[in-house]
Design a protein around this ligand. Structure first.
Ligand code: FAD
Ligand code: MLT
Ligand code: ZN
Length: 454
């Protein structure tokens, strides 16, 4: 009888079934280095038919499958668990699914394969005078499939919403190897359950996305980028509210603090962004024309702000925010916690956070998408395997009415904490959907829904 590797080789070709640990290592450790495991092999199908065949082989043999796109995920959802003595699953890399159809300018839509990067998709749309409504600092590696599976947010959520808001339909392979496809781009379609939206944010646990039909927006130039120093997060929120009331539209609104700026400057060698030192910062992209400049300039905190109008100067301001992730990683292996709050609760959470983190002998670097109420709390200090600080911060967030995942997903990192954001009835409904679509539990086991202890 042929073994698993032989069968997968017959489906995907020998060059696309990787077994050498030197090569598979790049697929079995996550971007943060906090989560790593082992796989029997990594298989790299080139089209939907091969994905279906690979899943068919794994389903017949009862082999677990971990879907992976650009491997930029931050919650351990795209890498297997386990150790060398316990390698059970197969990583299926979707990066070779790079179909990118011509933009449908009549409908402002495009069909893209799961492996197309967000940078490539955005460039393709821009060449047609349109814009894809998701952008994030991992754009050069993060894929269409991965961003759908995590329902990624990013810097444009205040303008266009999360990834799910861009989705008109998906093509996907289910756990039994069957293919579902809704790439027709019909704007109005109420014919039954919305499987596309079910797959958005399902983190590879319900199906493998192979392509998507995506909504595009009219390209919208940024007229002004502002970086202002503020005393604290409450002042940043208040300033953002004032800016919003004066300008046509805010396209992005980001937050960071002095501790993160110090790490960014240490890692990148960038100069100080403003003439004076500040504890916290608001960075905003404004779009639309009008005579709002003078009124904006008179706002408190904006007198010493840095304002950029051309793309080079804008990129220089954005570097202070976008280079946080790599700069924090250069300082250690962070516990990356991704929280969101109702706007009125965010300042109270921030005020209580330092004590919880300091009690754990750790340091918190806080930044995020303040316009969407989303704070990234990166904790440096505790061992990667020590979850105590994660649990303490999640409990604090829940006490302030927050959620434990705003945009990164649940992954392996937070599966045990899902009950803090979802009720028992909601989790039971999720388990019912999971067992209906994947009765053997082969798609990304241990991700999103914790294993049920016997
Ligand atoms: P992977 O990391 O490969 O996988 C992520 C999850 O999706 C896993 O559970 C995996 O199993 C599943 N998956 C992957 N492909 C498929 C598929 N085709 N079908 C089904 N399941 C699949 N995230 C944000 O939301 N906003 C940000 O602003 C942001 N900025 C980032 C900046 C940096 C520098 C980095 C490193 C990460 C950032 N992220 C951000 C996190 C990450 O980029 C996103 O979670 C992204 O959506 C992951 O895409 P990926 O292709 O790398 O997926
Ligand atoms: C970001 O907003 O920069 C990302 O979500 C990445 C991170 O949290 O580090
Ligand atoms: Zn983010």
């Amino acid at each position: 009888m042929r073994d698993l590797i032989d069968e997968l080789t017959a489906v995907a070709g020998a060059d696309n079934v990787l077994t050498s640990p030197d090569v598979t290592a790049g697929y079995t450790a996550d971007w943060t280095r906090r989560f790593q495991g082992v796989a029997r092999c990594v298989v790299r199908p080139r089209d939907t038919g091969q994905v279906a065949a690979v899943i068919g082989v794994c389903a017949n043999r009862g082999v677990p499958v971990v879907p992976q796109g650009g491997n930029t995920g931050l919650v351990g959802g795209g890498v297997p668990a386990g150790d060398a003595a316990n390698a059970q699953g197969v990583v299926i890399s979707l990066r070779r699914l790079r179909r990118l159809d011509p933009v449908d300018t009549l409908a402002s839509q495009v069909t893209a394969g799961a492996g197309v990067t967000i940078a490539a998709l955005r460039e393709h749309a821009a060449n047609a005078g349109l814009e894809y409504g998701v952008d994030l600092a991992s754009r050069d590696s993060a894929t269409v499939g991965g961003t759908i599976a995590t329902n990624a947010g990013g810097i444009l959520t205040v303008r266009y919403g999360h990834t799910r808001a861009q989705l008109l339909g998906v093509e996907a392979v289910l756990a039994d190897g069957s293919v579902i496809s809704r790439l027709g781009g019909i704007h109005s379609d109420n014919s039954g359950y919305e499987l596309t939206q079910l797959l958005a944010g399902s983190e590879g646990t319900l199906g493998i996305v192979t392509a998507a039909r995506l909504r595009l927006h009219r390209a919208e130039p940024v007229s002004l980028t502002v970086l202002a120093g503020v005393p604290d997060i409450g002042a940043a929120s208040a300033l953002l509210a004032e800016v919003r009331s004066l300008v046509p539209a805010v396209r992005a609104a980001e937050y960071f603090e002095a501790a993160g700026l110090t790490l960014v400057r240490r890692h990148t060698g960038l100069p100080a962004p403003l003439a004076a030192d500040y504890p916290a910062f608001l960075l905003a992209d404004i779009t639309g024309s009008g005579d709002y400049h003078e009124r904006l300039a008179s706002l408190p905190f904006l007198t010493d702000a840095s304002v950029a109008v051309d793309s080079q100067a804008r990129a220089a301001l954005w570097a202070y925010r976008e280079r946080h992730t790599e700069s924090i990683s250069a300082a250690g292996i962070p516990h990356k916690l991704d929280l969101a709050f109702p706007p009125a609760r965010i300042a109270a959470f921030r005020a209580d956070l330092d004590e919880v983190v300091t009690d754990a002998g750790a340091q918190a670097i806080v930044f995020g998408h303040i316009g969407a109420g989303n704070l990234h709390v990166n904790v440096l200090g505790p061992d990667p395997d020590d979850d105590a600080v994660d649990e303490a911060v999640f409990a604090l967030a829940a006490a302030h009415g927050g959620t434990i995942s705003a945009e990164h997903g649940i992954g392996r990192a937070k599966a045990g904490a899902l009950h803090l954001s979802r009720t028992p009835a909601e989790i039971a409904a999720m388990r019912a959907i999971k067992s209906g679509l994947d009765p053997a539990g082969l798609l990304n086991p241990g991700v999103l829904l914790a294993p049920v202890s016997s």
